[in-house]
Design a protein around this ligand. Structure first.
Ligand code: PLZ
Length: 451
C-alpha cells in the first residue's frame, strides 16, 4: 500500500461528506455570504494534528486555524484550565473587579517577550484589537501621528488595521475611507527583489529610509509596524540585517518599533518570537492567535515607560483579558514550555524544507520554498525562468489537498503561495502523511497525475 493510500484510510466519506454538505446548506441560508469558509467541512472534535468532522473523516491539520492552535486544538492542559475557570466564573470585567489570571498572563508576557527591560502589558480580544491599541499607545507616547507599514503587510480588518493592511481584495475593497496618517514602505521581499539577500536588505532599507524622509518626515513618525515574517503576505522572510536596521532607524529618530507577532509568535518560528532570531527588541509587541490555545486573546506588551504614558482609563474594553482566555493562555504557555515546542517547531521546519526542497527539484512551478520553523510556504510560478505568479495552480493544489483530507491554506498578495502551519504537537507520522498528500497534490496539479 502506498503511503498516500494509508493516509486516505482516515477518510470514511468523501470530503466534504453528506453531513457537512447538509450543514453547509444551513450555513448558506443563515450566515452572510461574505464570511467565507476555505473548506466547508464541519468539525466535531480535534486531536493533535487531526480535525475530525461530522462525517467521521479525520483531516490532517496544516493550518492550526491560521496559526492559533500551536499546542493543538484540544490540549489537555488548556481544556482542564478552561473547565476549571468556567466553573469558578466566566467574567467580571477586569476594569471593574479584577482577577489573578490577567495579572499572571502579563507577568508571563514580560518574561517571554524579547528584551529584559521593565515591561507592562494590556490584554484585548483579537489580533486587530492588539494592533489598534499598539498604535494608540505609540501615538500617545511619542505625541506624533504618522505610522509606517510595509507592502504585503497584514494587520487586521478593523478600520485602523485595514489602513495598515496592504492588500485590497478582499480585505479593504469598498470599505474606505480608511484611517489617516498611515504610510507604506517597500518590503524586503527577497524572491521578488533582484539580487542576493544581502543586497536586498541594503536596498530595501535604503528605499524605506529615503521614502520616509521624502514623504513623511522622520520627526512625524510615531511608529514603524512590521511583521518579522509576513503572514498573510505569503510568509515573506526578510533578509538578515533588515529588521535590526529598522530598529536602529527607530532609535535614531525617536519612533517606536512595533512588532506584529500575531502570526509568528509563541514558538511558531522555532523561537518564542520571530524577533528573537536576530535579537531584535521591539518597543511594543502585539500578540494574539497562539497565545491562548484557541481562545480569543490579544495583548500589547512594551516598555513600561511607553505603556504607562497613556492616561488612566485610556485603554480597556469589556472583555479584554477575559478570565477563561487568560486561564487558557497560562495553560498553553505551560504546554509550550514543557514540550519545548520552540525546538519542535524547528524540527518540523527541517522536515518540511527537506521534503519540499526535493519536490522543488522536480517541479519548476515551485519558485521558492521558504519560511522558518513550522511556518513554511511554497511560492508557485509559471515555470522555468518565468516567475509570473500562478494563483490558479496554488488553488488547484489547495483543493486537491482538501479533497484528500489535508487542511492547507493559501496566502500572498498574488494568491500564489501555499502555506503550512501544523500544530506544533503534530505526531511525526501525521506530519509525514500530510506531506505525502501535499506532494501528490502538487505533482497531480502540475503534471495531471502522470507522475
Ligand atoms: N496581524 C500578522 O496574521 C490575522 C487573518 C485571517 P485577528 N491573520 C489571519 C482573515 O482573513 O481575517 C492577523 C495576522 C497579523 C494581525 C492579524 C489580525 O488578527 O485576530 O484576526 O484580528
Amino acid at each position: 500500500m502506498t503511503r498516500l493510500a494509508e493516509a486516505q484510510r482516515l477518510l470514511r466519506k468523501r470530503v466534504p461528506g453528506p453531513q457537512s454538505v447538509a450543514l453547509h446548506e444551513r450555513k448558506l441560508a443563515s450566515v452572510a455570504d461574505s464570511v467565507g469558509t476555505a473548506l466547508p467541512v464541519y468539525v466535531e472534535r480535534a486531536e493533535s494534528g487531526l480535525l475530525i468532522d461530522v462525517d467521521g473523516n479525520e483531516l490532517i491539520d496544516f493550518g492550526s486555524g491560521i496559526a492559533v492552535t500551536n499546542v493543538g486544538a484540544a490540549d489537555p492542559r488548556v481544556v482542564e484550565a478552561v473547565q476549571r475557570q468556567v466553573q469558578n466564573f466566566t467574567h467580571t470585567c477586569f476594569m471593574v473587579t479584577p482577577y489573578e489570571g490577567y495579572v499572571a498572563v502579563c507577568e508571563r508576557l514580560a518574561e517571554l517577550t524579547p528584551g529584559t527591560h521593565e515591561k507592562r502589558s494590556a490584554l484585548f480580544n483579537s489580533g486587530a484589537e492588539a494592533v489598534e491599541n499598539a498604535i494608540k499607545i505609540a501615538r500617545r507616547a511619542t505625541r506624533r501621528q504618522a505610522v509606517v507599514a510595509f507592502d504585503h503587510a497584514y494587520h487586521g480588518r478593523t478600520n485602523l488595521t485595514m489602513a495598515l493592511t496592504s492588500k485590497n481584495m478582499p480585505y479593504k475593497h469598498g470599505f474606505g475611507p480608511f484611517a489617516g496618517e498611515i504610510f507604506r514602505a517597500p518590503m524586503a521581499y527577497p524572491y521578488r527583489w533582484n539580487g542576493d539577500r544581502q543586497r536586498v536588505a541594503e536596498e530595501a532599507y535604503a528605499a524605506f529610509e529615503a521614502q520616509v524622509h521624502a514623504q513623511v518626515g522622520e520627526d512625524n513618525v510615531a511608529a514603524v509596524i512590521v511583521e518579522p515574517i509576513q503572514g498573510e503576505g505569503g510568509f515573506i522572510v526578510p533578509p538578515r540585517g533588515w529588521l535590526p536596521r529598522l530598529q536602529r532607524w527607530c532609535q535614531d529618530h525617536g519612533a517606536l518599533l512595533i512588532a506584529d507577532e500575531i502570526q509568528t509568535g509563541f514558538c511558531r518560528t522555532g523561537d518564542w518570537f520571530a524577533c528573537d532570531h536576530e535579537q531584535v527588541v521591539p518597543d511594543l509587541i502585539a500578540t494574539a492567535k497562539g497565545i491562548a490555545g484557541g481562545l480569543p486573546l490579544g495583548a500589547v506588551t512594551g516598555r513600561a515607560e511607553v505603556m504607562n504614558s497613556v492616561h488612566a482609563g485610556g485603554l480597556g474594553g469589556t472583555y479584554g483579558g477575559n478570565p477563561v482566555a487568560c486561564a487558557a493562555a497560562l495553560a498553553a504557555m505551560e504546554t509550550m514550555e514543557e514540550l519545548e515546542l520552540d525546538s519542535r517547531a524547528r524540527e518540523i521546519g527541517d522536515v518540511f524544507v527537506q521534503r519540499l526542497g526535493r519536490l522543488q527539484d522536480n517541479v519548476d512551478a515551485i519558485g521558492e520554498v521558504r519560511g522558518r520553523g513550522a511556518m513554511i510556504a511554497i511560492e508557485l510560478i509559471a515555470g522555468v525562468g518565468d516567475t509570473t505568479p500562478a494563483p490558479e495552480l496554488a488553488a488547484a493544489i489547495n483543493k486537491r489537498c482538501h479533497e484528500h483530507g489535508l487542511v492547507t491554506l493559501t496566502a500572498g498578495t498574488y494568491g500564489n503561495v501555499l502555506r503550512f502551519l501544523p500544530p506544533l504537537t503534530i505526531p511525526e507520522a501525521l506530519l509525514q502523511q500530510g506531506l505525502d498528500i501535499l506532494e501528490d497534490a502538487v505533482l497531480t496539479a502540475v503534471y495531471g497525475g502522470l507522475q
